[in-house]
Design a protein around this ligand. Structure first.
Ligand SMILES: *[C@@H]1O[C@H](CO)[C@@H](O)[C@H](O)[C@H]1NC(C)=O
Ligand SMILES: *[C@@H]1O[C@H](CO)[C@@H](O)[C@H](O)[C@H]1NC(C)=O
Ligand SMILES: *[C@@H]1O[C@H](CO)[C@@H](O)[C@H](O)[C@H]1NC(C)=O
Ligand SMILES: *[C@@H]1O[C@H](CO)[C@@H](O)[C@H](O)[C@H]1NC(C)=O
Ligand SMILES: *[C@@H]1O[C@H](CO)[C@@H](O)[C@H](O)[C@H]1NC(C)=O
Length: 243
């Protein structure tokens, strides 16, 4: 019995390691036409100089969304990937000043839910709709114009052009850009003068509400007092009983 068990285990182990090694041996050959969705993170890692964009893709979970979307989409996807230099030329503190939601929107603004070849850029109608949504005025419009071979992109705040093709496979296109695309919705200068005054009083109200957790410690101390009374009562009872 025992020997048979050992034998079976060994056989399974051998079979398993064989299948592992064949999988490993096969994977380079499979690389050009991978089964399953294309991994954008991997493509960017291989290309180098996109560490900050990769970090954002991961921290916002947009990388996972992309995997799912590529797997389910017939239209494909286009990603405009800003280089690390693009991120370092942002005003310092720019990323840190964004809320989590804005970070997601910023990353999604760099993704178009259609596969676009460079020749399609010439006939595309503006504004493009990105994953960030609403391409209306002041929201998330992205305009692409071409002159000769150069493809220019404007958001209303950022002017840049496509500076390289990192990857295309008929389903996914990844282009390099040298500036972070800043959407108006997030980065437009705030309207000046009259607007801020009411906004501030709203903020004050908001902080008052936010301050209300003060109530909780008070409740806690009440609870603590009740507990003390309770303990005292029990102690008194014990003393009374023992007498
Ligand atoms: C995609 O590639 C990255 C980097 O190579 C890796 O960390 C990640 O696990 C991959 N994701 C999937 C779903 O394979
Ligand atoms: C891709 O999609 C198919 C069916 O649409 C699904 O069965 C499969 O689990 C998906 N794979 C991934 C990695 O999302
Ligand atoms: C594209 O941008 C370049 C500078 O980056 C500029 O010289 C050129 O005029 C722009 N072309 C179009 C069609 O906007
Ligand atoms: C984008 O193109 C549309 C249509 O041509 C235009 O109305 C809009 O003003 C443009 N926006 C920017 C930011 O260039
Ligand atoms: C972008 O280009 C437009 C027209 O080509 C110009 O009016 C605008 O000032 C430029 N914006 C920046 C930030 O360079």
């Amino acid at each position: 019995m025992r020997q048979q068990y050992v034998f079976t285990t060994l056989t399974l182990l051998i079979l398993f390691s064989l299948s592992c090694s064949t999988t490993l041996a096969q994977s380079p050959a499979l690389a050009p036409a991978p089964s399953g969705p294309t991994n954008v993170t991997k493509i960017l890692e291989k290309a180098g100089q996109f560490t900050l964009f990769i970090r954002l893709l991961k921290s916002t979970q947009v990388a996972n969304q992309l995997l799912g979307q590529l797997n389910n989409s017939n239209n494909g996807m286009t990603v405009f990937a800003p280089t690390d230099n693009a991120f370092s030329s942002l005003k310092s503190g720019t990323l840190n000043s964004l809320t989590d939601e804005q970070k997601v929107q910023l990353v999604q603004f760099h993704i178009v839910p259609t596969y676009l070849t460079s020749s399609q850029f010439q006939t595309i109608s503006n504004p493009l709709r990105t994953q960030a949504g609403d391409s209306g005025d002041g929201k998330f419009p992205l305009n692409v114009t071409t002159s000769g071979n150069s493809v220019n992109i404007t958001t209303g705040l950022t002017n840049t052009s496509v500076s390289g093709t990192i990857y295309t496979d008929g389903q996914l296109a990844v282009y390099q850009i040298d500036q972070v695309l800043q959407p108006l919705q997030i980065f437009a200068p705030r309207p000046p003068a009259p607007a801020p005054a009411p906004a501030k009083s709203k903020n004050k109200k908001a902080t008052t509400v936010a301050d209300s957790p003060d109530v909780t410690p008070a409740d806690n101390s009440k609870a603590a007092t009740l507990q003390n009374v309770g303990l005292f009562g029990v102690a008194a009872l014990v003393i009374a009983l023992s007498l």
